[in-house]
Design a protein around this ligand. Structure first.
Ligand code: SAM
Length: 280
């Protein structure tokens, strides 16, 4: 295996800076730099983009992104124990890595980065899902990012690319496929991480579409889909009662049978329903 840079191996970095993995921060580190460079390449051509990396930890993926030629990287990490290790990477790549010690949910990336922007992250899955939904549901489109390359538990990755009629189909699939083109681009076994988690993981690449596949208001669509799948075994006329008292009329006007269940309804039909609801 080839060296991607002349910095110390990640095991040494973790020992030197005392970054023992903490469960409370969802820390499962990638220590194989050839693998992190491969994940960086899955984000596409990095040389003409600024990269937002969330949760760099000891910096495995950060080093992959920089070694693969990223123009600039903004890395946001909550754990202050990682700052010294990340500063060493910053020194190795002068002017190309900015590190912020903060919760990613509190930082506005546009205050630090210049478009085009790509997002890359290996995050705890709950934070990853919350950020994904936030990145997919701004009121206006296109968003600040061109693409998202994100590690998830495999089961969550399957929910993002799921099609109608499958158990995995739900809010994540609809929001992801409405405004982006999501694909699973890499499967990783638990042993790829230290410590190894209980489940397998997968990298999902989402390319932002220039415009949503079908017109709809983001907030209405998000709210409707969330309500529909919260009670996924119920018929839509009862699952969506709280969304509108006239829900049967709206469902029919959108071409959806009121007796259908959320799992059977296409993205196009949910967007038609969101438009009907907004039209009143
Ligand atoms: N990217 C590193 C890697 O691949 O080895 C670390 C991955 S580890 C699964 C997730 C990282 O996200 C940890 O370093 C953790 O401290 C950080 N993290 C967790 N919640 C965060 C948040 N809300 N904002 C920023 N970083 C967070």
């Amino acid at each position: 295996m080839s060296q991607i840079d002349d910095l110390p191996p990640l095991r040494t970095v973790i020992e030197t800076h005392g970054i023992a993995a903490k469960k409370s921060l969802g820390q499962n580190f990638l220590l194989d730099l050839n693998l992190t460079a491969k994940i960086a390449r899955l984000a596409g051509d990095l040389s003409a983009a600024d990269i937002l990396e969330i949760g760099p930890g000891p910096g495995g993926l950060t080093r992959g992104l920089l070694a693969e030629g990223a123009r600039r990287v903004l890395a946001i990490e909550k754990d202050s124990r990682c700052m010294a290790a990340l500063a060493e990477i910053s020194d190795r790549y002068p002017g190309r890595l900015e590190v912020i010690n903060a919760d990613a949910l509190d930082v506005d990336p546009l205050a630090h980065l210049t478009p085009p922007i790509k997002v890359a992250a290996n995050l705890p899955y709950n934070v990853g899902t919350e950020l994904l939904v936030r990145w997919l549901t701004p009121p206006d489109w296109p968003p600040f990012w061109d693409s998202l390359t994100l590690m998830f538990q495999r089961e969550v990755a399957q929910r993002i690319v799921a099609q109608p009629g499958s158990k995995a189909y739900g809010r994540l699939a609809l929001l992801s496929q409405w405004r982006a083109d999501p694909q699973i681009v890499l499967d990783l076994p638990p042993e790829a991480f230290t410590p190894a988690p209980k489940v397998s993981s997968a990298v999902v690449h989402l390319k932002a579409l220039p415009a949503p596949r079908f017109p709809a208001n983001a907030e209405t669509l998000n709210r409707t889909v969330a309500a529909a799948f919260n009670q996924r075994r119920k018929m839509l006329r009862s699952a969506l009662k709280a969304v509108s008292p006239d829900i049967e009329t709206h469902l029919k006007a959108a071409g959806i049978k009121p007796t259908e269940r959320a799992e059977q309804v296409s993205l196009e039909a949910f967007c038609a329903l969101a438009r009907q609801l907004d039209a009143g």
